[in-house]
Design a protein around this ligand. Structure first.
Ligand code: SF4
Length: 364
């Protein structure tokens, strides 16, 4: 089968590995572009959130390249992510495309359905082979997360602007083709070495910002206007509230989500509101307690979970004395506007650190 799937940061090469190890051809999606987004926006309902539009555009590009099976996954209420697979399927069928579709619900929510879909994907291979492939994919995923961590630490300390991003791009190219355990480990070592050798001043104490919000716009750099890189180049060390390994532990292998941030959010938002809305509130508190200088909330325009969280941000920001910048993103959002707001936010945090601004100011 020729399989395509959505592009989401470093998850893409992991899915490619799984698909190819199971004997299929991977129509690996390229990083989304403006064309991808506009293609998806053209055929999506206007109210749909930006992850839906980008993924739809990615499917259309995959089908143009000959894919005959689309693979997707989704959350489980109360946000609309659970409906998106079916909606994608119907839109593409109405456009006249002929394809099969595999949709993965979280395994603990609908185990029988998950089993059936997994069986389709594994084809003639044995269950032990599938299990070994998944384990290997997770092993590679851990290395990707480590490399992202390292790049996030290195960028604000680099001596030559852009050198970390160049090294990270090379690191991704080295990691991509690695398939076996020895290849993955050796590629990981080489990639790590590249990032560690970026000339940097380790005595700098950069501003620290936590990135919170909806998963897709956190993990896919195209969807968030490369916010991590932008902040890094402004001298800020970032950490995201979601990495793929933590997401796997909290949201795939558990039905409870990240209980640490959910518990912190309880006094403000005691119920799950879908997506990572409740976590966003707890994560602001967590970053404040860790002494971070600010938080950037990434929210797709029309994303109900993040809109609910946003309504509580002023109170939490004030009570915990940490500035929060909320960026709502859709296909009309301009890169220059995002850049200007990030620059203003960094100025504000610098002033707070130097003592010229004392309050927990909020930018929204
Ligand atoms: S969490 Fe928000 S952006 Fe993500 S699918 Fe749900 S509504 Fe859309």
């Amino acid at each position: 089968m020729k399989i395509t799937y959505g592009h989401m940061g470093t998850l893409t090469p992991i899915i490619e590995l799984l698909v190819e190890d199971l004997g299929h051809e991977s129509i690996t999606p390229a990083r989304p572009t403006r064309r991808t987004l506009m293609l998806g926006a053209k055929h999506a309902p206007e109210f749909a959130c930006i992850p839906f539009k980008i993924v739809l555009g990615t499917y259309l590009e995959g089908l143009e390249r000959g894919a005959d099976l689309l693979m997707s996954g989704g959350g489980y209420g109360p946000c609309r992510a659970g409906l998106y697979g079916e909606l994608h399927r119907r839109i593409l069928k109405d456009l006249g495309y002929d394809f099969d579709f595999i949709f993965f619900w979280p395994p603990l929510r609908k185990p029988a359905h998950f089993y059936r879909e997994l069986k389709k994907l594994k084809g003639k291979h044995s269950w032990p082979h599938l299990w070994r492939t998944i384990k290997k994919g997770y092993h590679k995923l851990k290395i990707y997360d480590d490399l992202e961590f390292l790049a996030q630490s290195r960028r604000p300390r680099e001596n030559f602007p852009g050198s970390t991003s160049k090294a990270f791009e090379k690191a991704m190219n080295i990691m991509g083709p690695a398939r076996t355990y020895p290849e993955i480990d050796s590629a990981g070592k080489e990639a790590r070495g590249l990032l560690e050798n970026v000339p940097a001043d380790n005595n700098r104490t950069p501003l620290r910002v936590g990135i919170i919000g909806e998963i897709y716009v956190q993990l896919e750099p195209f969807a968030n206007f490369y916010v991590e890189e932008q902040l890094g180049h402004l001298g800020v060390e970032v950490r995201r509230s979601i990495y793929l390994t933590s997401y796997t532990r909290h949201d795939v292998l558990s039905t409870r989500g990240d209980m640490g941030s959910r518990t912190l959010a309880m006094p403000y938002l005691s119920q799950k509101v879908g997506g990572h809305g409740q976590n966003s509130i707890g994560d602001i508190i967590r970053y404040s307690r860790l002494g971070y200088d600010g938080v950037v909330q990434l929210a797709p325009f029309s994303c109900i979970p993040e809109i609910v969280a946003k309504s509580l941000v002023p109170r939490v920001s004030k009570e915990y004395g940490i500035p929060v910048l909320t960026l709502f993103i859709d296909e009309h959002t301009g890169a220059t506007g995002v850049q200007t707001r990030l620059e203003a936010f960094v100025d504000l945090m610098e002033q707070r650190r130097s003592g010229t601004v004392r309050t927990g100011a909020r930018l929204a």
